[in-house]
Design a protein around this ligand. Structure first.
Ligand code: RUB
Length: 315
């Protein structure tokens, strides 16, 4: 990632947020979108520029924020939403517009929590991978409704986001069984979960989901055992550029996250952050519009958000 904002006070908050997004202090697509959009809107409202100079500057900031984590369309959709509003109403309203987008996310989250929780019953066993605030929110909602169930979760190497999931679930008195990523298939045989719940970072026009590396393995193991797999996500993660043939990009992270000292000289280390889950492996998406089949993503995104988030294919 390349940050070339000047090291001056008006960029300070943006620089801090970008660093936190980059090093995963702010983690998961939904949080990346919320924090990124909020700080962008504040920056837009306060930067001492006007007219053409303002828009040129903000377009640069949008591009910079968009490449901190390239597989995050919910952030890009939010930045574009705020930019469109600023062009209509001026930069004074930028903060309100940023909050309006965040409100769309929050409304979507609540709906997904309820729709997802309906699928969980007393005695359910649910498998999940990594840490998705949406998936965890569903589990917490189901627990609030008094349901007793078990979650099987992976540690998620190399950065162990699965531990965050395990801690939050335990705190909410939800039974959790924690496994290494490579025990996914074993765990599916051993526990025979009723369903898999995964989050998403991006959704493509074909209905393919992109989520944490390991998600496709999870989907293949689920297919072998005939276990339904649900992607729990807001449609705000739809990558609109895929509707004109662009491929959703997969973030490659630094090798030191895998091996940080005494690395044998000459060793090539690859650290992909995400991978695709084919639509054929997805039973349904659990979204703010209800339970929907993968091939309807574009249509339903247009129905829900088409008038708010204009097509943008320029990233
Ligand atoms: C997190 C991850 C999550 C999605 C969805 O990856 O893959 O499943 O981002 O999260 P990372 P949410 O740890 O690299 O950010 O449901 O919170 O939007």
């Amino acid at each position: 990632m390349k940050i070339d904002f000047p090291d001056t006070p008006e960029y300070q908050q943006l620089r801090i947020t970008m660093k936190k997004i980059e090093n995963l202090t702010i983690q998961g697509a939904t949080n990346v979108a919320i924090f990124g959009v909020r700080d962008f809107a504040k920056h837009a409202a306060t930067v001492p520029l006007k007219g053409q100079a303002l828009f040129q500057h903000l377009e640069t900031v949008v591009k910079q924020l968009s490449i901190v984590r390239v597989t995050e369309p919910a952030l890009r959709n939010g930045l574009r939403y705020v930019m469109t509003c600023i062009r209509q109403d001026g930069k004074e309203a930028a903060i309100d517009h940023g909050e309006n987008y965040i409100e769309l996310i929050n409304i979507a989250k609540k709906k997904i929590f309820n729709i997802g929780a309906e699928r969980i019953q007393d005695g359910s066993r649910v498998f999940t991978h990594c840490h998705s605030s949406i998936t965890v929110g569903i589990f917490i909602e189901a627990a609030k409704q008094g349901k007793e169930f078990q979650v099987i979760n992976t540690e998620t190497r190399p950065l162990y986001q699965g531990r965050k999931t395990a801690r939050i679930l335990l705190k909410n008195n939800i039974q959790v069984t924690h496994i290494v990523d490579s025990a996914m298939r074993w765990a599916m045989k051993r526990y025979n979960p009723h369903m898999i719940f995964l989050g998403a970072d991006a959704i493509t026009v074909e209905g393919v989901a992109l989520n944490k590396i390991g998600s496709r393995l999870c989907a293949l193991a689920a297919e072998e055992q005939h276990i339904p797999l649900y992607i729990c996500t807001s449609l705000l993660k739809y990558d609109q550029a895929t509707s004109v043939g662009r491929l959703s990009e997969i973030e490659m992270r630094q090798p030191f996250e895998i091996w940080d000292e005494n690395i044998p000289i000459g060793l090539d280390i690859q650290n992909p952050a995400f991978e695709t889950i084919d639509r054929g492996n997805i039973s349904a998406y659990i979204t703010e519009a209800g339970l929907i089949p993968p091939q309807t993503i574009h249509l339903i995104f247009q129905q829900l958000y088409g008038n708010k988030i204009k097509d943008h294919y320029d990233f």
